[in-house]
Design a protein around this ligand. Structure first.
Ligand code: FES
Length: 283
């Protein structure tokens, strides 16, 4: 007679099905009970990454919504250039195209930051950095991630990361406009050329790092030298590809250096515009 468990008397019930296993626990992988075999401080890098990116997000959010102290002639903050709203402060000769009107009184920085932030958010390096720092996916090399499943960037919303190359196209004119701002930083308050202050130097270093970061982009490298079967038939593209390749090797360092420099540049302009600091003038 069958029992109420559905098994014949004297027989054992079948064992429960094992839970689905993924990653290092998946079938076919060596049965190592340890979660990972690393003995170094592998958690330090993702922790520092998360702290650094959080600090930048907090700072840039504050400054983007502040809508004040972003112009101290002849310096304009990179967070607010070009100005696409009509509610910007008067910036003689600065890049002003008020195509969005007063933008319901919102900060004009919100209009322009979409492009550099989209460029960085979809950057191959930053993706790795914030996947590790915030999602532990994976936390580090050879450390199993805690998530049960992994779909990579094959589904919404992460599939949108593939628009990175289009943000690259937008990053070029934005960097060109910031370069124009640096040229204007060589004028004094009366519009005469030949000025150079500490702010000029800060903006100059910033734009150099922004260009280096932009040209070190993986998409840029592919656009310049990808899809070629014979470099010998394309010597100009080959030469450009080798230059971009040299920069590309330092993409991570340039990503951080340019992120810090853009925040420092904005903060410098904020200090001068708010009257907290006098811009030292070299000549
Ligand atoms: Fe980092 Fe393109 S891969 S900016």
């Amino acid at each position: 007679m069958a029992t109420d468990t559905g098994t014949e008397p004297g027989t054992e019930p079948p064992p429960p099905a094992p839970p689905a296993r993924h990653g290092v626990l998946s079938a076919g992988r060596a049965a190592i009970p340890a979660r990972h075999l690393r003995t170094d401080r592998w958690w330090l890098q993702p922790l520092l990454t998360a702290l650094g990116l959080t600090a930048f997000v907090v700072y840039s959010t504050w400054r983007a919504f502040a809508n004040a102290h972003y112009y101290a002639e002849p310096y304009v903050s990179p967070f607010y250039s070009p100005c696409l709203g009509s509610n910007c402060v008067d910036m003689p000769l600065g890049a002003r195209w008020p195509i969005f009107g007063d933008w319901w009184g919102l900060s004009p920085a919100l209009l322009v930051l979409i492009f550099p932030l989209g460029f960085r958010l979809t950057c191959y390096y930053y993706r790795k950095a914030y996947y590790r720092g915030f999602w532990a996916s994976p936390p580090a090399c050879a450390v199993a991630e805690p998530h049960a499943g992994y779909s990579g960037e094959t589904r919404f919303p992460l599939i949108l990361q593939n628009i990175h190359r289009y943000f690259f196209y937008f990053a070029i004119p934005v960097a060109a406009i910031l370069s124009y701002d640096v040229v204007l930083a060589f004028r004094d308050g009366r519009g005469a050329w030949g000025h150079m202050g500490l702010g000029t130097l800060v903006l100059l270093v910033n734009i150099a790092l922004i260009w280096a970061y932009t040209f070190s982009c993986h998409s840029c490298r592919h656009i310049v030298g990808g899809r070629l079967k014979h470099f010998s038939r394309h010597p100009v593209r080959y030469r450009a590809w080798t230059w971009v390749g040299r920069l590309n090797r330092h993409h991570m360092g340039l990503a951080w250096a340019s992120l810090i420099s853009v925040a420092v540049s904005d903060f410098y302009v904020y200090l001068v515009a708010s009257g907290a600091f006098d811009d030292p003038r070299f000549f």
